[in-house]
Design a protein around this ligand. Structure first.
Ligand code: ATP
Length: 354
């Protein structure tokens, strides 16, 4: 591991902002630290950078405990949420600034500045002032400045949140390219699940100061360990149900029973459970499909045409509203249809998960 956080906790006064967080980054990995506003992401970044001394726990870089090491001697490159370029310096001078603290010969320093400006495709703007650059170009200068000292770890703290959507997507792809080319171990901090899933080899999902799930994006999306991860990583329909039989696991949604053959969970009869189902996994039919695929009668409440698909809201006979992604729309609202549930796409959570 290049970077390890070991049982990190941090209090601001009585507020527990980070609660026993442990995870690590392998060499060359891009890990996204993902969670809603206020879940403790920036506090973790500050602890890695050395600007916050965690109340308990350790920060370990390349096997060395750096919890008490001053920020300037840690080999961590950081791009913060807000731009931090010096307005009175040129682009080159800003990038060189990150190297001044290191004992580097001037010729080598100039070479590194040129190389990293080339990497972020800003060599032609090297004599410009930051104010002459677009928001996206300024972020790229900051990336070059963070990378030029060749840090052990690059930490990007919500670097795209101040940019508009198109620019955000362009720069996201640019960051992916730069990370691939340099192979720098990277922690990308964001509250945007799409951004995190598009970029990361692995996700660390946080909720309320704690780690709610760690894993590859697809695995966490398809098999979320908690209802929070299920809801945070994309839209999820939620249905309350009750276990009616343990072997094979059968649940009741209202008066309708569904058999979940693929579920290995040990949940005894009578246990209340929550089912999460992605809109893409549901489908609408004009009649119940004969065979084993469970379905419920429903009424179409709303049809949203969002271009490449239709998001159809239906009310099932259980009273629950569900969103169904369809490539073809139903005829009209008020129409009575059947909503079909492939049993292996249902994520089931018992009362002990949160
Ligand atoms: P955001 O995306 O909004 O920055 P975050 O996930 O980065 O949120 P933090 O900024 O680490 O979360 O904040 C975690 C919790 O600690 C929040 O409840 C916040 O109000 C609190 N907090 C953060 N900094 C301080 C501080 N300097 N003093 C007191 N409380 C703080």
């Amino acid at each position: 591991m290049i970077l390890e956080l070991e049982q990190l906790s941090h209090r601001y006064g009585t507020e527990l902002a980070v609660d026993d967080v442990s995870f690590g980054l392998e060499s060359g990995e891009l890990v996204a630290l993902l969670g809603p506003s206020g879940c403790g992401k920036t506090t973790i970044v500050q602890a890695i950078a050395g600007h916050v001394r965690p109340t308990t726990g350790r920060v370990v870089l390349r096997g060395e405990d750096v919890t008490d090491t001053p920020p300037e001697t840690r080999r961590v490159g950081i791009v913060f949420q807000q731009p931090t370029l010096y307005p009175h310096m040129t682009v080159s001078e800003n990038v060189a600034y990150g190297l001044n603290a290191r004992d580097i010969e001037p010729a080598r320093r100039d070479e590194l500045v040129a190389d990293y400006l080339e990497l972020v495709d800003l060599h032609d703007q090297r004599t410009a002032a930051p104010s002459e650059l677009s928001g996206g170009q300024q972020r790229r200068v900051e990336l070059a400045r963070a990378l030029a000292p060749q840090p052990d770890v690059l930490v990007l703290d919500e670097p795209l949140s101040a940019l508009d959507r198109t620019l955000r997507e362009q720069l996201r792809d640019e960051i992916a390219r730069i990370q691939r080319e340099t192979g720098v171990t990277t922690l990308f901090v964001t509250h945007d699940q799409e951004e995190a899933m598009a970029l990361a080899d692995r996700l660390v999902v946080m909720n309320d100061g704690q780690v709610a799930g760690v894993g590859q994006p697809r695995t966490l999306y398809e098999s979320p360990p908690t209802p929070f991860v299920a809801s945070f990583l994309g839209r999820s329909n939620t249905l309350a149900a009750t276990v009616v039989d343990q072997h094979p696991l059968t649940i009741a949604l209202g008066t309708h029973e569904i058999r979940l053959d693929n579920t290995a969970r040990e949940l005894s009869a009578g246990t209340p459970v929550t089912c999460h189902i992605r809109p893409k996994d549901l489908s609408l039919r004009h009649s119940a499909t004969p065979g084993t695929t469970p379905s419920l009668p429903c009424e179409v409440v709303h049809i949203a045409d969002i271009g490449r698909r239709y998001d159809v809201t239906v009310q099932s006979i259980t009273g629950d509203e569900l969103v169904v992604e369809q490539s073809e729309p139903p005829n009209e609202t008020g129409e009575t249809l059947w909503v079909e549930f492939p049993p292996d796409s249902i994520q089931l959570f018992g009362p002990d998960t949160c």
